[in-house]
Design a binder for this molecule. Structure first.
Ligand code: ADP
Ligand code: MG
Length: 321
């Protein structure tokens, strides 16, 4: 028997979510009510995943839900915010209980990890599409932004880049290899760098999360900050699984720079704060790798060893329109 809209909300969402003290009124009324502690500011972000655009049709529901929340958490991480609540607009073609059960499981496995409460949403019938809005806190005035990079600052990236883009190629059947499972996991279940983002607050001069590719997203920092960058291509952090799947250096570096869906953090930091990064990387078991530096002249100049490299095939990120 198909569930009604209200049964769906109660069974798969309202009864599953944690309860936070700062939520005065959650799911069930016309809107949610939250209180914000003194001295904190609210940081809000929203992302939509559309079937066939942001994930291949027939992606398991558990992974779709995980990713829909993870990409939003990644935006909060880039601002240095601590996640608190979220809302969910779910449009789906049918009320399929198996699908909803798996979706709910994936969603709350990530939400619970950060003690996030689902406080409301909307449930409609139509082509599968998931919109999540997240909200979190920063101490007033401390949000990380894209516009503070200064010449002389050092550029870092967390984790490794390129894995998810290679995972997509595997999923589409264009590639095969012994690391397929790892690469697809990196595509479907990205790890938001939430703790690292918060730790960078007060240290990083600018920060962005890498969703459209390192080259394009670093470009956003540079534009906002009115500066340029030198990138050292051999320093871009690549996973062993990635290197072993693509043999050729230039192909590796091109995919790592432009692939996207990495959900790592790219940030600039003044040279005298660099020493603090080691402790952060150790504490959260996530490599933070120096890939270049900020310069005055606009644009990105790329080097391999001492030699400047032109990569003619570089395109600047995925664009929907
Ligand atoms: P309204 O018609 O007033 O917009 P709805 O019937 O859409 O209310 O929703 C009823 C309640 O359930 C609201 O509190 C709403 O926020 C919540 N809700 C609806 N869909 C979802 C969902 N997918 N996830 C979480 N809460 C939801
Ligand atoms: Mg209403």
């Amino acid at each position: 028997m198909a569930l009604s809209e209200f049964d769906i909300i109660e069974t798969y969402f309202a009864s599953r979510t944690v309860c936070r003290d700062d939520v005065k009124l959650g799911i069930g009324d016309d809107a949610a009510v939250m209180s914000i502690p003194d001295g904190l500011e609210l940081v809000v972000a929203m992302d939509t995943l559309v079937d066939g655009v942001h994930f291949p049709a027939n992606t398991p529901a558990e992974h779709i839900a995980w990713k829909a929340l993870a990409v939003n958490l990644s935006d909060l991480a880039a601002m240095g915010a601590e996640p608190a609540w979220f809302t969910l607009a779910l449009t789906m073609p049918a009320s399929d209980q198996e699908w909803l059960k798996a979706f709910s499981k994936g969603l709350f496995s990530l939400a619970d990890r950060y003690h996030m409460q689902l406080v409301g949403g909307d449930t409609t019938r139509g082509p599968l599409s998931i919109t999540i809005q997240v909200a979190g806190y920063v101490p007033a005035g401390t949000a990380l932004t894209r516009n503070g990079a200064k010449p002389g600052d050092v550029i870092y990236v967390s984790g490794t880049v390129g894995d998810a883009a290679l995972g997509l190629k595997h999923l589409q059947g264009n590639e095969t290899g012994s690391h397929t499972a790892y690469l697809i996991e990196r595509l479907q279940r990205p790890t938001p760098r939430t703790e690292i983002g918060q730790a960078l607050s007060g240290l990083a001069s600018a920060c962005i999360d890498v969703s459209d590719g390192l080259y394009a997203d670093l470009g956003h920092i540079l534009e906002s900050s009115h500066v340029g960058a030198r990138l050292q291509l051999e320093d871009i952090p690549l996973a062993d699984e990635f290197r072993q799947t693509i043999a050729e250096t230039e192909q590796q570096q091109l995919l790592a720079l432009t692939g996207g869906d990495d959900y790592e953090l790219c940030f600039s930091i003044p040279p005298d704060s660099v020493a603090e990064l080691k402790g952060i990387a150790n504490q959260y078991s996530c490599p933070l790798t120096r890939i270049g530096e900020i310069v005055q002249a606009p644009g990105i100049r790329m080097f391999r060893q001492q030699q400047q490299i032109e990569m003619s095939s570089i395109k600047s990120g995925y664009r929907h329109f």
